[in-house]
Design a protein around this ligand. Structure first.
Ligand code: FPP
Length: 243
């Protein structure tokens, strides 16, 4: 494969990479610019990373774009993020579709502004038959909220007599979460030095590998993605067993 910066084993590419895109604000601050400038630069990174992931043959990318806690940010910043989501989809949909990318979401989409819901619906509809990279955008997403929803859903199934309590197992819970159609992440990347999960994919990361980098999200690029994958490939995944 062309343009490899690291000695990546292209036969052992992780199937699913989940990314906590952190550091847009700090990146902007270090340039004496408003936080929103950092988010705009962050969208450029999304574009690069999605393209590179697709090229490398990664099957699933999940991006933590807006958490249930992010509503606490100043209104202006929230509006900017929602606006960037809409403009990203408007601008990139054609190319994403041409690159065989399927767009999906996790999280409570109904809680987003209508213009976002409409744009997301159109993007999902247009790309629904694509069988290349699955790009999941986590929007108004919280891992705990997702588990709560699954518990309610399963409880109702028991109440309605459709299943027995004994039928509840890990597979059923996985199949009831909003990530039901995608495999668990092999690798979770968090940029910008913070080493925490911040309510992202709590159930799904049980056996994921974690990769932290000090690089701020706007400075993350194709090379940094390859570095993370190379680092992942040096690990010994035992899933609780022995080799
Ligand atoms: C973290 O930086 C980044 C976010 C909370 C939002 C990420 C969203 C985008 C890049 C754009 C919108 C989404 C799409 C899918 C187009 P931070 O603000 O937490 O940075 P800081 O920790 O340095 O303050």
């Amino acid at each position: 494969m062309q343009n490899l910066y690291y000695d990546i084993d292209t036969k052992k590419i992780p199937s699913h990479i989940a990314i906590i895109m952190d550091g847009n604000g700090r990146w902007a601050k270090s340039r004496f610019m408003p936080r929103t400038f950092g988010h705009k630069a962050g969208v450029e990174t999304i574009r690069k990373v999605v393209k590179e992931a697709s090229r490398l043959g990664i099957k699933y990318i999940t991006l933590y774009a807006f958490s249930t806690e992010n509503w606490k940010r100043p209104k202006e910043e929230v509006n900017t993020l929602m606006g960037l989501l809409v403009s990203y989809l408007k601008k990139e949909l054609q190319e994403l579709d041409e690159n065989n990318v399927r767009i999906r979401t996790i999280g409570d989409i109904d809680g987003l502004p209508k213009v976002c819901i409409d744009e997301l619906d159109e993007s999902k509809e247009k790309t629904k038959n694509n069988d290349g990279l699955v790009l999941s955008l986590a929007l108004n997403y919280g891992g705990r909220a997702d588990i709560v929803d699954a518990v309610k859903n399963i409880s109702n199934q028991v109440k309605d007599g459709n299943i027995e309590v004994e039928d509840i197992d890990e597979i059923l819970i996985s199949k009831t979460l909003s990530t039901k159609d995608i495999v668990d992440p092999d690798l979770v990347i968090r940029t910008s030095g913070e080493q925490r999960l911040s309510n992202f994919l709590l159930w799904e990361v049980a056996y994921s590998e974690f990769y932290y980098t000090d690089v701020h999200w706007p400075d993350f690029d194709e090379k940094e993605l390859q570095k993370a994958i190379f680092d992942y490939q040096q690990r010994d995944r035992r899933f609780g067993g022995v080799k």
